[in-house]
Structure formats: structure tokens, C-alpha cells
Design a protein around this ligand. Structure first.
Ligand code: NAI
Ligand code: MG
Length: 332
């Protein structure tokens, strides 16, 4: 049976890099059925809704979704869509590629970020003129589910080292948030111990210093929601450019795959956006659907093009989106 993939281009360069990624997926000759859906600023302008119910339901019913970016409606689109796929982990690799000018060329890490709770669970209150509060939610079930995913990820050799023995690092602040991060830390480490997976821990502030000083000592990093958001952006800064960073919102039998970048209004419509982040997001989608070898081939093709060119303007080249995409398809 074919896999149904919902494709949402969204706004700005989403309309350029998502078609590029679909072209790469089509060249793989896998049994995919693509279904286009609308969301974002233009959809809101046309219909009054940034995320039509029809799109939400399509995404919820699909096997996976490839999403580009939305403009000012990004939060109204992406947060419900992550919920539509019931995503419990946000996977964010940050790898410095040969041929790309990076602050820390030895960086090769993957963040596995808790995607449903922590301080992003939406429990904020204004109690008085002077006082606002936020309730931080941490459950054993979500912490353990993330840890199980991390163990599967490491055991399958999907970490940067490709080495099932490499284990993972859990970054937390359990010395201060003893109850919430204490629970998170204890559950994650206890799942790792039960599974026989190596796990060490870092206080997240110390980690934020050690990562940029020596990224080579890290591989897979498991984090609570906010910490994962911030620390993975820090890692993004080490590898040189938003146009390179893919991400996956993984659920139980569904997933949403998207570049980390936004709509890039400064270059949208010119045909010069770097399609790498979208294509690598598509590679994560392909792997998620079980085609691990095909995903690896896409990644290799992208790495080859980054190293030998052609390159888009953000990487110092002068190639168009189409030229880079064609070069990737050629290698495949
Ligand atoms: P942005 O990621 O769109 O752009 C930041 C800078 O990076 C720009 O100079 C842009 O030209 C460059 N850039 C980004 N992706 C690139 C690519 N593939 N190739 C070459 N250069 C690239 O972030 P910004 O400017 O903060 O936000 C623009 C809009 O995007 C806003 O309306 C924001 O709300 C939205 N946004 C949406 C996201 C989403 O839908 N997930 C995520 C981030 C921002
Ligand atoms: Mg962020």
C-alpha cells in the first residue's frame, strides 16, 4: 500500500523549497501518494483561516506531512499541526557539512527534544497587575516515552557516530528544578539503565558552555522542551546557516517534517533559496516511513552537492534552487 504524504508549501520560500524536496522524493521511485494542502498567511487571506479544518484533518489522517513555512501565522499553523500528528519528540540534527563554512566544523549532534510539555504546555496565568505565573508540566509517561525513543534511536545506530554503543547525554537542570527536571532526569536515566543504553548527564547551563567549546564530545542529546528549543538553536549557530537545518516532529504513527527556517521574505520569489533543509527534512520523512537506505542516499547526495557545488547564495555560491535540486537528483 502506498504511503500518503501531505504536502504543505505554506508561504514565502516554502513555495520554492518544498517543491524541490518533493522532486527529490519523486526521484526515489518509492510508493508515495502526494496530497497538497493549504495553510499559512495566504490561506488566511483567502479563506479567513490560517489552518483550515480540512488541512488539519488531512495531516492527522496521513502517514506523514512535509511542511515548508508559514509567515506571521506560523504559530497558528505549526503548533496545531504538531498536535495533529501527536508528536512527542522533536528531532533536530545539527551537522556541519564539508564545504560549508561553519563556526565549529566538527559539530555533528542530534537533539531529541520533548515536544508536548515542560514550560510550553500553555498553563500561563495573570494573577494580578504585578504577577504572572507559568506552570511547568512534566510527566513520567512523556519523559519515559522520549527516553524509549532515544534508546531506539541510539540502538539503531541513528546517532551521529552511527555507533549503538555511543549512548546519549541528557541535559537538564535538576539541581534547581528538583521536582520537575528531577523527574525528567530520573525517568530518562532509568529507562536507559533498563534498556542497557549508555547515558550520561549534563546540567544544561554547563552544557551551553561546553557544546560550543568542544562539540565533538557530544552526539545524541535528550532535553526537556524549552531547553531543547534553545540548545538546538545554539547548535544551529555552530554549523553555518538556517538553510541547512531539517527537523522532524515524530508521533506514534504519523510525523511532520519541516525545515527549521521560516519564509525568508527577503529572498522569497527569487528562486534562490537553499533547498537543503527541506530536502534533508524529506530524507527524515523517508526514513520515518521505513525506507532507511533511501533516506541515507538522499543525505549522501545532499552532502556531495554541498561539498562540490553548485551552491546557493547563502553558502557563497550563485546557483538557483532548481540548479541545486537538479544536482541532488542527478546524484541520486
Ligand atoms: P527566516 O528563517 O525566514 O529567515 C532568516 C534569514 O535566513 C533570512 O535572511 C533568510 O533569507 C535566511 N534564510 C532562511 N532560510 C533560507 C534558505 N533556505 N536559503 C537561504 N537563506 C535562507 O526567519 P525570519 O526572517 O525570522 O522569519 C520570516 C518569517 O518566517 C516570519 O514571518 C516568521 O514568523 C516565519 N517563520 C516561520 C517558521 C515556520 O513556519 N516553522 C519558522 C521561523 C520563522
Ligand atoms: Mg526555536
Amino acid at each position: 500500500m502506498s504511503d500518503e504524504i501531505v504536502v504543505i508549501e505554506g508561504d514565502g520560500i516554502g513555495r520554492e523549497v518544498v517543491p524541490a524536496a518533493v522532486e527529490v522524493l519523486e526521484s526515489l521511485d518509492l510508493d508515495f501518494e502526494f496530497v497538497a494542502a493549504e495553510a499559512g498567511d495566504a490561506t488566511r487571506d483567502a479563506t479567513g483561516e490560517a489552518l483550515p479544518t480540512e488541512t488539519y484533518e488531512r495531516v492527522a489522517d496521513a502517514d506523514a506531512t512535509l511542511f515548508g513555512a508559514a509567515g506571521e501565522t506560523a504559530a497558528d499553523v505549526i503548533l496545531p499541526l504538531r498536535e495533529a500528528v501527536d508528536s512527542f519528540v522533536n528531532v533536530r540534527p545539527a551537522k556541519a557539512f564539508p564545504g560549508v563554512d561553519a563556526l565549529r566544523p566538527e559539530t555533528d549532534v542530534v537533539f531529541l527534544r520533548e515536544n508536548t510539555e515542560g514550560v510550553y504546555s500553555g498553563h500561563e496565568d495573570r494573577l494580578s497587575e504585578d504577577l504572572s505565573t507559568l506552570t511547568r508540566v512534566v510527566t513520567s509517561s512523556a519523559s519515559r516515552e522520549l527516553a524509549e525513543y532515544a534508546c531506539d534511536f541510539v540502538e539503531a545506530g541513528r546517532g551521529p557516530a552511527g555507533d549503538p554503543e555511543a549512548g546519549f547525554t541528557v541535559a537538564h537542570k535538576a539541581n534547581v528544578m528538583r521536582e520537575t527536571d528531577g523527574r525528567f532526569r530520573n525517568e530518562v536515566l532509568s529507562v536507559a539503565a533498563e534498556r542497557g543504553v549508555d547515558a550520561d548527564e549534563e546540567l544544561m547551563d554547563a552544557f551551553a558552555t561546553k557544546l560550543p567549546l568542544d562539540p565533538s564530545q557530544y552526539g545524541v542529546i535528550v532535553c526537556p522542551n524549552l531547553a531543547g528549543d534553545v540548545l538546538s538553536d545554539l547548535a544551529a549557530g555552530l554549523v553555518g546557516g538556517l538553510g541547512l537545518l531539517p527537523s522532524a516532529n515524530v508521533g506514534h504513527d504519523n510525523g511532520l517534517f519541516e525545515p527549521v527556517h521560516g519564509t525568508a521574505p527577503d529572498i522569497a520569489g527569487e528562486g534562490v533559496a537553499n533547498p537543503t533543509a527541506a530536502i534533508l527534512s524529506a530524507a527524515m520523512l523517508v526514513e520515518y516511513l521505513g525506507h532507511v537506505e533511501a533516506g541515507r542516499r538522499v543525505r549522501d547526495a545532499v552532502e556531495g552537492v554541498l561539498s562540490d557545488g553548485p551552491r546557493t547564495g547563502d553558502l557563497g555560491g550563485s546557483a538557483t534552487t532548481d540548479e541545486v535540486t537538479a544536482a541532488v537528483v542527478d546524484r541520486l
